[in-house]
Design a binder for this molecule. Structure first.
Ligand SMILES: [Zn+2]
Length: 467
């Protein structure tokens, strides 16, 4: 019985861990590597296992850095079941089909460049048909129900409070007389976020894999972040520019709409036009509104009152490219929420090109920006950036507001681990090394946690971990 780390060990993206139990091989997540082009090229690499030898996959949540290589796994011969929470199953339909389309478009563009240079063309990572085959393999489970997925392996999902359907995965493993419980945190949300519940307490485990994205940081207080966003909007109104908010289609877009709806009068939003400029975020929002039984108390009350979410009188849902292009002509008064969240692709790139060089415009960065991404360059204060082969001056004001992260910070992560009855062996994944180390130091000191940081390719013998 052993655990192997393949992705998201010593880095944030590409989540993928391999569990060996008796004759079976099970994957926890099969995520995409995201960041710079060089990093993303690694998605094409061979897996360190034969895809057709994997018996099942358990998916913690929909984000592409956890789910994005599932269709590649299927393309390379995986033929087993995939297990995910019900809402995750629905969200995967939207997200993975979009990923296939984006990948095909990017590959076409890349191949045009390659042909001009006299280089060989490349294949897309996967196609829509692979996504369709993948979706057909996903079985949806409710939270808290224990299900046997392989002889000797049962799983139970707990709400991770990170995005809709996000799960902490409790895996119970038996091999002969050997029994171990492994808890994989997936990505953990912040406490007291809008719409979603807090991360669930899990009390027992022999070994815990915990994310550490913000393990070295304290998020700003959520309320002061919300006040800051309100101030940015109110000040921007005098400057007659636009406001761009790069946002992930899942979670962040809905949080922002929820926040704008809640503060509509206070922030004088009647003077603005709000655009959700992302067909995917529009689809995802519909799924969010379809799962009211997963809302926290405040969102449940708000939904009962307005009967529909979000309530924003001047919200424009722009699905087509033509509608999106019209926004580019607006010089002022537009708040544009568009993907991708790290500005590496999607419609936000066009909006940045049209607004970054204008002093009267504002960009509000509300999410994590991986090393190498365009968003990270903006956060780092670069005065010029390259967009689609063009150098663009950065004159717009870049605001980085930390408090809205879908990830818990150091205190949240410690609080969640502190919920275990015992002090289970803890292995940190899904964080840049400095964040993981900072969190490990804190956990060792404050909670006496037996903690280590996962290394890529490392194997942990679960039999040797005390029960
Ligand atoms: Zn996530």
């Amino acid at each position: 019985m052993k655990l192997e780390f393949f992705g998201a060990a010593g880095e944030v993206t590409g989540s993928c861990h391999i569990l060996h139990v008796g004759p079976y091989k099970l994957l926890l997540d099969c995520g995409m590597i995201q960041g710079s082009r060089k990093d993303e090229d690694r998605n094409h690499d061979e897996f360190p296992f034969a895809a057709d030898q994997i018996d099942a996959v358990v998916l913690s949540h929909t984000h592409l850095d956890h789910s994005g290589r599932l269709p590649l796994l299927v393309k390379r011969g995986f033929n087993g079941p995939i297990y995910a929470q019900n809402a995750t199953k629905d969200l995967c339909r939207v997200l993975l089909l979009d990923a296939a389309d984006l990948n095909e478009r990017d590959t076409e563009a890349e191949n045009r460049r390659r042909l001009r240079k006299g280089l060989l063309t490349i294949e897309p990572l996967y196609l829509r048909e692979h996504v369709k085959q993948t979706l057909a393999k996903i079985n949806g489970f409710a939270y808290r129900k224990r299900e046997e997925i392989l002889p000797g392996v049962s799983i139970r999902f707990h709400d991770a409070g990170h995005i809709m359907g996000s799960a902490i995965v409790e895996v119970t493993l038996s091999e002969g007389t050997l029994q171990r419980t492994l808890v994989f945190s997936g990505d953990l949300g912040q406490y007291d976020t809008p719409i979603l519940h807090d991360p669930s307490v899990v009390e027992d485990a022999d070994v815990v894999l915990m994310e550490s994205t913000y393990g070295g940081r304290a998020h700003r207080d959520r309320n002061s972040t919300i006040r800051e966003i309100g101030d940015i909007i109110k000040n921007a109104a005098h400057e007659h520019g636009n406001i761009l908010i790069p946002a992930f289609a899942i979670g962040r877009s809905q949080d922002i709409l929820y926040m704008l709806g809640k503060h509509y009068k206070q922030w004088k939003l009647e003077n603005w036009r709000v655009f959700l400029d992302s067909p995917m975020a529009i689809e995802v929002s519909k799924i969010y509104w379809d799962y009211p039984h997963l809302y926290d108390e405040e969102a449940t009350k708000l939904r009962r009152r307005i009967n529909e979410m979000p309530e924003l009188a001047n919200l424009h849902l722009t699905r087509t490219v033509q509608e999106s292009r019209v926004i580019n002509r607006l010089k002022s008064g537009a708040i544009v929420i568009a993907g991708s969240g790290m500005c590496n692709g999607g419609r936000i790139v066009h909006h940045l090109k049209h607004n970054l060089w204008r002093r009267e415009c504002h960009v509000i960065i509300v999410g994590y920006q991986a090393r190498g991404s365009l968003g990270r360059q903006l956060v780092d204060g670069r005065r010029h950036v390259r967009i689609r082969g063009e150098t663009i001056k950065v004159a717009a004001k870049i605001h980085t507001v930390g408090g809205l992260s879908a990830h818990g910070d150091q205190q949240d992560l410690c609080r969640w681990y502190g919920g275990f009855n015992n002090r289970p062996r803890l292995i940190l994944v899904h964080g840049e090394t400095a964040s993981a180390r900072a969190l490990a130091t804190k956990l060792e000191r404050d909670l006496r946690a037996p903690v280590s940081v996962a290394r890529p390719g490392q194997t942990v013998d679960l039999a040797r971990i005390a029960h």
